[in-house]
Design a protein around this ligand. Structure first.
Ligand SMILES: Cc1cc2nc3c(=O)[nH]c(=O)nc-3n(C[C@H](O)[C@H](O)[C@H](O)COP(=O)(O)OP(=O)(O)OC[C@H]3O[C@@H](n4cnc5c(N)ncnc54)[C@H](O)[C@@H]3O)c2cc1C
Ligand SMILES: NC(=O)c1ccc[n+]([C@@H]2O[C@H](COP(=O)([O-])OP(=O)(O)OC[C@H]3O[C@@H](n4cnc5c(N)ncnc54)[C@H](OP(=O)(O)O)[C@@H]3O)[C@@H](O)[C@H]2O)c1
Length: 388
C-alpha cells in the first residue's frame, strides 16, 4: 500500500488522475527567442496531491480539435459515427475518441499494413515494413502524422471501428516539477518548451506542449494529472553539509528551480552551483530574478551560464564546466553530488564526457581511472541524471 493510501488520502494515478486547472501561465522566453518555453502554475486546491522536488507530473493531453476535424475529413467521416473509446470501451462518437484517446501524431504499423492491403501495394509505404527497411521506414514517417498517410493514400477507405483498431493510444506526458511544495503548498509548477515545427508543408505541434500552450483556458480547462515519484533525483537532507552541482540547460532547469526553492525554504547547509544554458541571455534567461535572489541570499553559491547563440561559436554548459574544471574537481573531492537534467540525446552525453575530462585533467588520472572515478560516483549515488 502506498503512503498516501495508508494515510487515507486519495491515490492519484493514470486511472484516477487529479482533475487540475492552470491558475497562471506565462512565457519564460521573450520575443525573438527561437522557441517558446513557458511556465505553468497548476492549482491543487481541492486535491491532496503531494510531491517532492525531483518528482515529475504526468499530464494527460487531448488532441488539437482542428487536427481531429482534418483527420475525420480525410477519412470521409462525419465524426458522429459510433466507436469504442480506446481507453474506457464506452460507445462514443469517433470525434470524441480521436480527440481524447488516439495518438494522431504517430503512425502505428497496423495503419501502414492496412493501407498496403487496401491499395493492393500501390503506395510508397509498400515494402517499408520489411525487417531490413527499418531505417527507410523511420525516415519516411519522420514529420508525418496519421492524416498524411490518409491524404497520400485516398483509395484506402476505412470503416470507423476498423480505423480505430489501427491507432496508437494517446498517453500521458511527464514533466519535471519546477516548484517546491514547501514554497507553494497548493500549486505545482512546470517549465515546458512548446514543440512546434513545419514538415511536409504542414504546421505541426507536439500534443501535450501545444495543449498546454494553446488549448487551455486559465482557471477553466480541466487537466488530468498525477505525480510520478522520482526515485533517485533527490536533494541531500538540509542539515547535511554536502555540496551540490546542478547542470540543467533549457527545460533541464525545471527540477533545479524546485531544488533551489526547497533549499531556500529549508535553509539547506551545503553549497550549490548551477550551470544553466540557453540560446541567448536577452531572450532566454529563465527565472532570472529568482536566480538573483538565490545568489543574494546564499541559496545558490554560484551560477554559471552558457548562451549558445550570443557569439559566433557555440558555447554550451559543458564548455563552461571545462573552463571551471579545477573548481568542479575540488567540489567533487569535497563530496559533491552532480545532478544533470534535460536533453538526453546530445547534452547529457557531452556533459558526461566533460566530467571525464575534468577528472582526468584535474585529478591527474588516466582515461581508465577517470571511468572508475565516475563509476564510483554513480555507485555512491553522487551522479544523478533525469534526462529525456
Ligand atoms: C522524466 C521526464 C521529464 C520531462 N520533463 C520535461 C520538462 O520539464 N519540460 C519539457 O518541456 N519537457 C519535459 N519532458 C519531455 C516531455 O515529456 C514531452 O516529451 C515533450 O513536451 C514533448 O511532448 P509533446 O506531446 O508536446 O510532443 P509529441 O507529440 O510527443 O511530439 C514530439 C515529437 O515530435 C517530433 N518532432 C519534434 N520536432 C520535430 C521536427 N522538427 N521535425 C519532425 N518531427 C519533429 C518528434 O518525433 C518528437 O518525438 C520530460 C520527459 C520526461 C520523460
Ligand atoms: N531529439 C533532439 O534532437 C532534440 C534536440 C534538442 C532538444 N530536444 C528536446 O526538445 C525539448 C526541449 O528542449 P529544451 O528546450 O530543453 O532545450 P534544448 O533544445 O536542449 O536547448 C537548450 C540549450 O542547450 C543547447 N545545446 C544544444 N546542444 C547541446 C549539447 N550537445 N550540449 C549542451 N547544450 C546543448 C542549446 O543550444 P543550441 O540550440 O543553440 O544548439 C540551448 O542553448 C526537450 O524535450 C529535448 O529533449 C530534442
Amino acid at each position: 500500500m502506498s503512503t498516501e493510501a495508508a494515510a487515507g488520502k486519495p491515490v492519484y494515478n493514470v486511472k484516477n488522475p487529479f482533475l487540475a486547472k492552470v491558475k497562471k501561465a506565462y512565457d519564460l522566453s521573450c520575443a525573438g527567442a527561437p522557441k517558446n518555453t513557458r511556465h505553468y502554475e497548476i492549482d491543487l486546491e481541492g486535491g491532496e496531491l503531494e510531491y517532492l522536488p525531483g518528482d515529475s507530473l504526468a499530464v494527460q493531453p487531448t488532441n488539437d480539435p482542428a487536427l481531429v476535424e482534418d483527420t475525420l475529413k480525410a477519412l470521409g467521416f462525419t465524426g458522429d459515427e459510433i466507436v469504442k473509446h480506446p481507453k474506457t470501451s464506452a460507445e462514443v462518437p469517433i470525434r470524441q475518441a480521436l480527440f481524447e484517446a488516439t495518438l494522431l501524431t504517430e503512425i502505428d504499423n497496423k495503419l501502414i499494413k492496412a493501407i498496403i492491403e487496401k491499395t493492393g501495394g500501390n503506395t510508397p509505404l509498400n515494402g517499408l515494413l520489411e525487417p531490413d527497411r527499418k531505417e527507410d521506414l523511420k525516415n519516411y514517417l519522420w514529420g508525418r502524422f496519421v492524416i498524411d498517410l490518409l491524404l497520400e493514400n485516398p483509395t484506402a477507405k476505412f470503416e470507423p471501428q476498423e480505423f480505430m483498431a489501427t491507432q496508437k493510444k494517446l498517453n500521458i506526458r511527464l514533466y519535471s516539477i519546477s516548484s517546491s511544495q514547501r514554497a507553494h503548498p497548493k500549486e505545482v509548477h512546470l517549465t515546458v518548451a512548446t514543440v512546434k515545427y513545419t514538415s511536409h508543408g504542414r504546421e505541426r505541434g507536439g500534443v501535450a506542449s501545444t495543449f498546454l500552450a494553446e488549448r487551455i483556458a486559465i482557471g477553466e480547462t480541466v487537466i488530468p494529472v498525477f505525480v510520478n515519484h522520482g526515485k533517485g533525483f533527490r536533494l541531500p537532507e538540509p542539515s547535511e553539509d554536502i555540496p551540490v552541482i546542478f547542470i540543467g540547460p533549457g527545460t533541464g532547469i525545471a527540477p533545479f528551480r524546485a531544488f533551489l526553492e526547497e533549499r531556500e525554504a529549508t535553509g539547506a547547509k551545503g553549497k550549490a552551483w548551477m550551470f544553466f544554458g540557453e540560446v541567448s541571455e536577452k531572450t532566454c534567461f529563465f527565472y532570472k530574478e529568482e536566480f538573483e535572489r538565490w545568489l543574494a541570499n546564499g541559496t545558490l553559491a554560484k551560477l554559471t551560464t552558457a548562451w549558445s547563440r550570443d557569439q559566433a561559436e557555440k558555447i554550451y554548459v559543458q564548455h563552461k564546466m571545462l573552463e571551471n574544471s579545477a573548481e568542479i574537481f575540488a567540489w567533487l573531492e569535497q563530496g559533491a553530488i552532480v545532478y544533470v537534467c534535460g536533453d538526453a540525446a546530445r547534452m547529457a552525453v557531452d556533459v558526461d564526457k566533460a566530467l571525464h575530462t575534468i577528472i582526468e585533467k584535474e585529478g591527474r588520472k588516466s582515461a581508465e581511472e577517470a571511468v572508475a572515478y565516475m563509476a564510483a560516483l554513480k555507485e555512491a549515488k553522487r551522479y544523478r541524471r533525469d534526462v529525456y
